[in-house]
Design a protein around this ligand. Sequence first.
Ligand SMILES: Cc1ncc(C[n+]2csc(CCOP(=O)(O)OP(=O)(O)O)c2C)c(N)n1
Ligand SMILES: [Mg+2]
Length: 574
Amino acid sequence: MVSRSSLVVVNQSARGTAELIVECLENEGVTHVFGIPGEENIHLMEAISRSSIRYVLTRHEQGASFMAEVYGRLTGQAGVCSATLGPGAINLLLGTADATTNSTPLVALSAQVGMNRSFKESHQGVDLVTMFGPAVKWSALVATPGAVPEMFRKAFKLAQTERPGAVYLAIPEDVEKAPAADGQEPLPVNVPRPDEPSPGQVERAAALLREARAPVVLAGHGAARADAGPALRRFAESLGIPVATTFHGKGVFPSDHPLALGAVGFMRHDYVNFGFDRADLIIAVGYELQEFDPVRINPSGDTKIIHLHRFPAEVDAHYDVAVGLHSDIGRSLDALAAAVAPRNVTAPREGTAPSGVAAPGGVRIRALLAAELARGQKDNRFPLAPARIVADTRAALRRQDIALVDTGALKMWMARLYPTYEPNTCLISNGLSTMAWTVPGAIGAKIARPDCRVLVATGDGAFLMNSQEIETALRLGLAFVILIWVDDAYGLISWKMDLEIGRNVDTTFGNPDFVAYAESFGATGYRIATANELLPTLRTALAADTVSVIACPVDYSANLELIESLGDLDESLS
Ligand SMILES: Cc1ncc(C[n+]2csc(CCOP(=O)(O)OP(=O)(O)O)c2C)c(N)n1
Ligand SMILES: [Mg+2]
């Protein structure tokens, strides 16, 4: 058996490739690597242990990928996850694909069989570069130590530049342990600078805006990444234009602003969609089509669109761009506002639409959202009404705290109703819409934003897919709250079946005792037994210095009631 000390001696005799890789990671500002080691990446592990980087040992590689994703989403710096070859790498795939589809920077690293056996049938050998290919911006094999500095710089540059996404690198075990070539150093990091919008395009867009009777802004994730919130506010206020956001864009325009319309993306015609029904111009600000099909906001395909983003839009029959501004989003907004002759607008007062604005139903839409939430707040039914859970969650968290909302029926309720005031404070996966990313994601969030309180809102289905990471959180000494919406079912799928087939099949299951389960990890568990217990329990748990698990029964009969009440709105709002 080889002792640890003899390995260290081997590594010290010549600078190894693993060590050079770690220098490259440090050079990129990497602070944490999330993962599980295997026999084929022990040199990388050992080199990380001697570096400034903290290795976060997880309980599932999928958890590691979600931690890296959320870290990347909150910092703009690629989160890094790492695994062994074969099965470990395959487990990294879900969070990696989620990062790409959520436009989030991530670098996934895994071991691979050595070059000396890569050409033949070989133990644990799977073509990982091909497997990751469609899920990332770049997938490549580090086939020789000499390529390390360029490949790692390229990986981070690609992951972090617009449109951000994931990159995958496979490191063969014999490359990892080979000596690094003499004189090899990490390459300097250069950051592309934001560019000014083209004056000609600004003028074309301004001409459209001047003519528009009922313009609406749709702000997406790209606006949040570009920190364009303040410019968006200036733009909307100076021109008196109402603003809707996508689920990813929640918070880039504060929900309590008099021009806020709410979030688009719900499965049916929601209040906010009425804002688009009569719009004759959509100003899409950092919108990415992967979040929801533009047919929802432009059903006949004839509404004019101004597309503001760093890159041109995807082609879609319902997203026919009249003018595109492909530059820094904040600068484009400021330039456009300045170019439009002042419309006849007076500053909006709280609860009113600005004068001179054909904000289609804007005041009414905000009033409907607020009324639904207020009714929820007073709803004492048990199991709890979804709107009650949303209202109490909002009341328990401060404006800047972070809620991570998992995929399920609860996502629809949170996305529609949860008032959000700052970008990236209500995190949703709406690109891949995967389940089970929030419990591990909370670990990435606490590492990226230690001063924020963090709450996970998850279904009982999604929770049990990755709850093992509670152990990781406790080992790291991190504190956050996991609020489980308990319906003993994959509720969203029941909802869809009830709507489209008239009944649901194979969506229900049993659950463990969540309190005992939480306590078995050393976390704190709470069971909600009446509606009035939820808010005080949330407050106690958020103030605690540990992981808290709150099991809250939910009454999803409200799902079908919601669809009916939205259906009844057609006449009154259009
Ligand atoms: C990994 C993954 N598997 C399956 C799905 C399809 N899916 C979307 S929501 C959902 C049900 C979620 O159930 P739960 O977590 O209990 O939340 P609920 O809908 O009950 O609120 C399923 C199966 C998915 N999006 N991701
Ligand atoms: Mg459920």
